[in-house]
Design a protein around this ligand. Structure first.
Ligand SMILES: [Zn+2]
Length: 330
């Protein structure tokens, strides 16, 4: 299903207008489940096993049985909420808080505001939401697009060992940035991705993945971008070395986004992000940035949950698979 094709959602009808509304709407697990069911199947239940689209049998609100009797599952089976032991009310309150805080929230802040028993629960919740912040099949950027790389400073905090005190390593991690430029002034959408180095082998796939061919790409003079014309892009280079204009003037978009990204990392997350998880944080930053002009925070809540219901399960072990360390308190 293409979730783009759902008519524009309205406050008070498709999502709560404010926190009072929220409390009214989501007063029980059944109410939460019914809401998520509507987001998952806006045109009615479709069995994920046999594809039969027919009103399911219900043993309870959250337990649905396909008419062909071949499949029984919950509303949240196969989504990021799959097999959660956290009540849906807490998940929805978490989604509301995460989307209503303009700069987002770190795990400790979320644990406190939701009164969660463990830091790990809050941390995993945030990571599952970040997973849902990338919409599958999203469109590539187009028009005039600035592309550059920037170093982001992050602190990889190791848990204290018995012999040593807590150890912090500050890493500089390279991030590719693409920014749609709106003429005469302003920015459109962005894309970010961690890359291992600034070679053509790293930057060209990033560009092809996130910018439509025929777009006008604006880069610096790096040789890594030399093949862009052959790949169907209109390529404008600004050679920085000895250029009369400083970078924040000649590449205003990427310069601005890099500064905002670094500020967000330091402000909301205190710079403490494990390098293996950086892409998840970049997802969140892009989600927020690309919806920064949204008139309603409630709409972000709706979009996040809508995407969450279309995003495959993402468990604690998936998250830490690439990193054997346990999440550490920020
Ligand atoms: Zn079925």
């Amino acid at each position: 299903m293409d979730i783009q094709h759902i008519a524009s959602p309205e406050a008070g009808k498709d999502y709560p207008s404010n926190w009072n509304d929220f409390l009214d709407w989501f007063s029980s697990e059944d109410a939460c489940s019914a809401y998520l069911e509507r987001l998952r199947w806006p045109n009615g239940f479709v069995c994920r096993n046999c594809g039969v689209a027919d009103e399911p049998y219900r043993s309870s609100r959250s337990r649905l049985m396909c008419r062909s009797w071949a499949y029984q599952g919950t509303v949240i089976a196969g989504t990021i909420f799959d097999k959660t032991r956290t009540p849906l009310r807490v998940w929805l309150a978490g989604a509301w808080y995460v989307t209503n805080q303009k700069q987002g929230v770190n795990a400790l802040g979320l644990q406190r505001v939701l009164g969660l028993g463990s830091y790990q629960t809050a941390w995993t919740m945030l990571h599952r939401f970040r997973q849902a912040m990338v919409r599958p099949g999203r469109e590539r950027l187009k028009g005039l697009v600035e592309v550059d790389e920037t170093y982001v400073a992050i602190t990889d905090r190791q848990a204290p060992t018995t012999t040593k005190k807590r150890k912090s390593n500050t890493d500089k991690v390279l991030v590719a940035i693409a920014v749609e430029m709106i003429e005469p002034k302003g920015f459109g959408r962005i894309r970010l991705q961690r890359i291992p180095d600034d070679s053509a082998a790293s930057v060209i796939p990033f560009i092809q993945n996130c910018v439509e061919p025929d777009s006008v790409l604006h880069t610096d003079g790096s040789a890594a971008y030399r093949t862009l014309k052959e790949l169907g892009y209109d390529h404008q280079r600004t050679v920085m070395l000895g250029a009369e204009q400083p970078a924040h003037v000649s590449m205003a978009g990427v310069h601005r986004v890099a500064a905002l990204l670094q500020r967000w990392m330091l402000g909301t997350h205190h710079g403490a992000v494990q390098p293996t998880h950086l892409d998840a944080y970049l997802n969140e930053f892009v989600f927020r940035f690309n919806r920064r002009t949204s008139s309603s925070r409630g709409l972000l809540f709706y979009r996040l949950l809508q995407q969450a219901m279309q995003t495959a399960p993402y468990t604690y072990s998936d998250i830490i698979e690439s990193s054997p360390k346990l999440p550490d308190k920020v």
